[in-house]
Ligand binder design. Structure first.
Ligand code: 2BA
Length: 124
């Protein structure tokens, strides 16, 4: 094959994206099942958030660029946002001394999604 031919092949190669989606543990299986049903391969990683220090689920999906919106749509549809309360501490007069626990409410999710370009994708 000519160099020109090879260049053409490279240009025509389907571009792949890698989706990292961090979802609530309770949503992980629902998102994965729906992705699988729609023909996407998924890898599930057990992860935890740096802020809440609670378990969450990170899903890895390698997908062709033209199907990226479909994957993101499924993740969006199956992930719910939730309010979570964590206990923090403060001193009553702000000067130290006695520390009292007080609740802090944060909204978690639906999903935090990162999309990366895939330089090379092979199954050997
Ligand atoms: P966590 O780090 O445990 O954060 C849980 C929720 O706490 C966050 O929800 C956000 O509402 C709040 N939060 C996080 N960091 C905060 C801070 N420094 N100050 C005040 N509030 C804060 P989400 O934003 O929906 O994030 C859910 C989970 O997604 C995170 O769990 C983390 O595991 C991941 N994540 C979110 N943004 C990320 C980023 N830029 N890079 C890497 N992981 C990220």
């Amino acid at each position: 094959m000519t160099t020109k031919g090879n260049e053409l092949l490279k240009e025509e190669a389907v571009k792949m994206k890698l989706v990292f989606a961090i979802v609530h543990d309770e949503d992980g299986h629902k998102v994965m099942d729906e992705l699988n049903k729609s023909g996407f391969s998924v890898t599930k990683l057990c992860s935890s958030g740096g802020f809440l220090k609670a378990g969450n689920t990170t899903l890895l999906v390698g997908v062709e660029e033209d199907k990226l919106d479909m994957v993101i749509g499924i993740i969006e549809k199956k992930s719910k946002s939730r309010k979570q309360v964590l206990s923090s501490t403060m001193s009553p007069n702000g000067m130290g001394g006695v520390f009292m626990p007080y609740p802090v409410e944060v909204v978690v999710g639906g999903a935090t999604i990162f999309v990366l370009d895939v330089e090379r994708f092979e199954k050997v």
